[in-house]
Design a protein around this ligand. Sequence first.
Ligand SMILES: Cc1ncc(COP(=O)(O)O)c(C=O)c1O
Length: 406
Amino acid sequence: MLELLPETARIEGAELTLAGVRASRLADEHGTPLLVYCAETIRNRVREYREAAPEALIVYGTKAFANVALLRLLAEGDVGADVSTLGELAFARAAGIPGERIVFHGNNKTPEELRAAGKADALVVLDALGESYAAAAAGVRRVLVRLTPGVEAVTHRSIQTAHEESKFGLSPDAAEREVVRARELGLEVEGVHVHVGSQLGRPEESLLALERVLGFLERLDWTPRVLDLGGGLGVRHNRDERLPSVAEFVGPLVERVPAGVGLILEPGRSLVGRAGVTLYRVGSVKESGGVTYAAIDGGMSDNPRPQLYGARYEALLANRADEPPRGVYRIAGKHCESGDVLIEGAELPATRPGDLLAVPATGAYTLALGSTYNGVPRPAVVLVENSEARLIRRRETVEELLRYEA
Ligand SMILES: Cc1ncc(COP(=O)(O)O)c(C=O)c1O
């Protein structure tokens, strides 16, 4: 299981430690559910991207988890931000990321978003026919055009983004018209963007998309300043999943980018996914129709990926991590839906109320997609490094939820 956990994870005595901090200490000091990020694991991923694509501008896909402290940590490695809303832009700016390292996306940007992107001098990705007019009017200076290459990524349908009928991007004909229009309006058209999807397990479809981009450029007889190839590399959530390394995924793409053309990459999940672990406290344990349930104090409000994508997680008992499995437990959340099941069948030691459950690879698209369903406040987030834990997002309170009531 250690291979799914952050790189600093150890079993010390009976207990799981993360960057030298005992899981039980984290839970006692910060409560549960608790999302724990390991700084070293994130730094190592940044280093791998730098080694695989030394000249590229790397921008973090902020949607994976928008957090100012994580964005700052990434910015220490010169990683910028891919943002797609006013909120994500505000997080990137709060982390001190300069406009030159911000890429602004969105298939339906508002005039306000375009003005904010223009003011930040971010690189704006045109994603709709005629968006050049709105962008120019909003004071945007630099743009890319998002191409829909007609490529079906091998991933869950909801996170495919480059197939023929995708809501993202423009067909080659429409993209060509938008390039011409943007230039006429005085926008600096720096290049083309493609992003084929997320949780990708191989580079083939990304390479195919790149070939189609190159064909598009040839048709326009255009050597752009930059190509933005998006993000997409997946993360292992369970031991059955096999995924390429950063070098194996990015290397073939880097090789195929024409000499003299710059590269932007937008990894989200692969930068922070493995770095995150969620700690839950086990409450009730019971039998029902031959199934043994262990219920946790969170669930689909802090991680809806099982419901959205059929994601399959594994878990360990953080407080008795040295014990062998004794049974199979269905890990149920606390929400009022039978479908609120985090793990269908987790092999665990005899599990009792009060145990601490650790779920690896929960750093991306978990809390970011979370909610306050059932009036459950969102959990706290800590960053661990060198035997220290720092709170990077405080736990919400019920009083705060009530503040929205009018
Ligand atoms: C345009 C764009 N870039 C980057 C990303 C980040 O993708 P991932 O987290 O899979 O690396 C996404 C997410 O799907 C995206 O839509």
